[in-house]
Design a protein around this ligand. Sequence first.
Ligand code: GLC
Length: 481
Amino acid sequence: MTREFSQEQLRVRPSSREDAVVASAQLHFERTLVRVRGELVGSVAALEHPRNLETANYGEVFLRDNVPVMLYLLVQGRFDIVRHFLTVCLDLQSSTYQTRGVFPTSFVETDGKLIADYGQRSIGRITSVDASLWWPVVCWLYVQRSRDRAFGASQRVQRGVQLLLDLVLHPTFEGTPVLFVPDCSFMIDRPMDVWGAPLEIEVLLYGCLRSCSRLMELAQESHVSRLLDQRLVLTRQWVHDLRSFLLKHYWVTSKTMQLLRRRPTEQYGDHQHENVFNVQPQVIPPWLQDWLENRGGYLIGNMRTGRPDFRFYSLGNSLACLFGLLTAPQQRALFRLVLHNRQHLMAQMPMRICHPPLEGDEWMGKTGSDPKNWPWSYHNAGHWPSLLWFLGGAVLLHQQRHRQADSLLMGQMNSLLEECYWSQLNQLPRQQWAEYFDGPTGTWVGQQARTYQTWTIVGFLLMHHLLRVKPGDATLLDIEA
Ligand code: GLC
C-alpha cells in the first residue's frame, strides 16, 4: 500500500531504489539468523564489525536486540522461531541463588554448548535488567499473535513468570512502585548517570507486569489456585500504582513546569504532597523552556531525590505510547514536542537516543571520561536508526485508535515519518547499516560503529512494513489488543 504525499512537503527526496533497498535489507536480515540445537533461534547483534573489535560479543544473540527481530518474525507468521527463542531464554533463566529468575543479556552456542552472559562477561560486568523485563512482553505478544494459548498457559512459561515476578514483587527499603537499578542496566549499558529509576526500565516494567498479568490469566482459566489469584491482584495493583507514579512525577509540560518552579521546598510530614522529592527550582535546566514550547510534553528520564534527570529518552517515551501508559492527549503532546524539536531528534539520521548530551565536567564525572560516550556520540546523544520504528509505531497506533483526533498534527507526524523513512532508505545502504551515528546532526557514521547491525536492518524493515505493507500491524506491540 503506497501512501499519497505531496512532494513539496518532503525535505528528503524519495528514492526510486526503494524496492531494491528493501529486498537487500531482507537478504541481510536472513543472514543474521542463527541456530541453537539445530533450529533457528534469532539474530546475532551484527554481521560485520571493525577488525579491532573481533574478539567482542557481537556474534551473540542479545535479548534486547532480538525484540524487533521477534516482532518482525511475528508479522511474517514465522512463529516457530519466536517460540524457540522464548523457550531457549526460559532454559537460560538463572537458577543461582543471587540472580534466580534473571534472563541473560545474550547467549551463544559454541561447540554444541549453550553459553549465556548474565553480565559476568560484559565490559563493566553489568547485568541487564531490560532483557528480563522484555521476555514476558515478547511472550505475550507471541501468544496474542499466534493464538498459541497452550504455550502461554504451559507450566514452564508460568514458572518462568513467577520466578521473574519474585524479583519485583517483594518488600524493599523503598515504598514506591518503581524498580531500582544500577547505572548501565539497559540499552544504555555504559555509565551515563542512568541509575535509580530510569524511564526506560520503569516503562518496560509497566509493559512487563501487564504482560505477566495476561499470561497468568491464561493459567487461571484452566486451574484454580489461590496463590495465582493473589499474585494477579498484587500485579494489577502494582501496574496501577506504577502508572500513577510515572504520570505524576515524570510527565512534564510547560504548564506543569511553571507550577513546579514555584513549589515550596523542604517539606516534612505526610500532609504536604507538592514537592515530595524536594526538587529545587535551580536544577531545572534552561534548555527545557524552548524544548517544551507551549503545547509539548514528555516523560523525563529519571526521578531521584533532589535530582531529576530532565534528559529526553526516545525509547522510553515511544514505549510509553505503545504500551498505553500515556493518555491519548499526552501522546499528542509528545508528538508536538517531537515535531518542535525535529532538528535535534531526527536531524540527518533519525533518531537521537537521548537529549541533550552530557558535556565537559559532567561528561568527565558521570561517564567516567568514557571516550565511546563522547558528547554527541553513541549513548550520549548519538543517533540510532534502530529507534525510529518505535516512534513510528506509536504514531500509527495512535492514528488507528483515535481517527478523528487533531488531523493537522497527525498529518504533520505522517510527513515527518515519511521523511525519516526516506532519509534512512537513502543513507543506510551506503553506510552499511551502521549501528549508530555521531555528531549534532547525526551525519557521521559512529566512530566505533559496527556495520550490518541487525536492529538497524530490522528496524528499517519494520518501519517499511508499517508504512507500506500493513499499517494495521501497528497494534503488534499493543498488549491489550
Ligand atoms: C552495545 C549496546 C547494547 C546492545 C549491544 C549489542 O553494547 O550498547 O545496547 O544490546 O551493543 O548490539
